[in-house]
Design a protein around this ligand. Structure first.
Ligand code: BTN
Length: 266
């Protein structure tokens, strides 16, 4: 193996690391996929159960929120998707992304003892740089949710040059943060342990939004948010019980925003 070649997943190690996790029921490990969300959706369409995990070394068309792409180079990140069928949703579907975001944030805090924070709706940052993003895609029959594919991307062992040029100062990795290479399976197991708790323990389920708020340092701050064509500037007042951002413009006008691109002003 060349010096800088990343260590790839051994499917047996993946199984072994996750064998105690009662949420994860079926594991699919790929060397290269377009997007784990696409693969997971295909599996869900053929009836795959809640807890099905699709994990890839590399994504050739990793998807981000708001139609953006997600850089997913081989062997240096955690690029995975989970299937959650409607009947087993622990929280209302609209708040699942925030619940998962809180889970990842708590897992990283515990694992590394560092102050990771969440940025609405479901990014995880360290010192202002993004370490993790979450893309939940729901499938509906009419108005009824059938299942959600929850895609989670964690930047683990990238060095600065592994990120596309425009992302180099906006994104970071656990390796850049801690100064040393990290074991991806340890991080994956820590995240999935938190998710397992969220799905199995009613008290933990009930405090999903409380956990999210506790990890958020932006509430009360002034920010700019772009939603579609509109740009608002004002105060991030709180999140609602359905995970929307409650936002106040300087003239007092209140908005409940479902999605958008947030920039902190002060
Ligand atoms: C974002 O912050 O814009 C969301 C990024 C989500 C990336 C993950 S990586 C695994 C899964 N598969 C994808 O194509 N996207 C998500």
């Amino acid at each position: 193996m060349k010096k800088h070649e990343p260590k790839l997943f051994d499917p047996d190690d993946v199984m072994h690391n996750l064998c105690d996790n009662r949420f994860v029921r079926d594991i699919h490990v790929y060397r290269s996929v377009s997007s784990t969300n696409v693969l997971a959706r295909r599996l869900a369409e053929s009836g795959a159960a809640t807890g099905t995990l699709v994990l890839a070394e590399k994504q050739t068309a990793g998807k981000g929120r708001l139609g953006r792409s997600w850089s997913s180079p081989e062997g240096v990140g955690l690029w995975f998707s989970l299937i959650v069928r409607a009947a087993e949703l622990p929280v209302p579907v609209a708040t699942l992304p925030l619940a998962l975001c809180a889970d990842v944030g708590l897992a990283l805090r515990e694992e590394f003892g560092l102050d990771f924070v969440v940025k609405w709706p479901n990014d995880i940052l360290y010192k202002g740089q993004k370490v993790c993003g979450i893309l939940c895609e729901s499938s509906f029959a009419g108005q009824t949710v059938q299942y959600v594919v929850a895609g989670i991307g964690v930047n683990v062992n990238q060095v600065k040059s592994d990120f596309p040029e425009p992302m180099r100062d906006l994104a970071t990795s656990l390796r850049r943060i801690t100064g040393e290479s990290q074991d991806r399976l340890t991080v994956l197991a820590a995240i999935l342990a938190k998710i397992e708790q969220r799905f199995s323990d009613a008290d933990v389920t009930a405090r999903a939004l409380v956990d999210w708020r506790n990890l958020c340092t932006d509430i009360g701050r002034t920010l700019r948010i772009q939603t579609g064509e509109r740009v608002f500037a004002g105060e991030f007042v709180d999140i609602t019980d359905t995970g929307e951002m409650l936002f106040r413009e300087p003239d007092g006008a209140m908005h409940r925003l479902l999605s958008g691109q947030v920039t902190i002003l002060k």
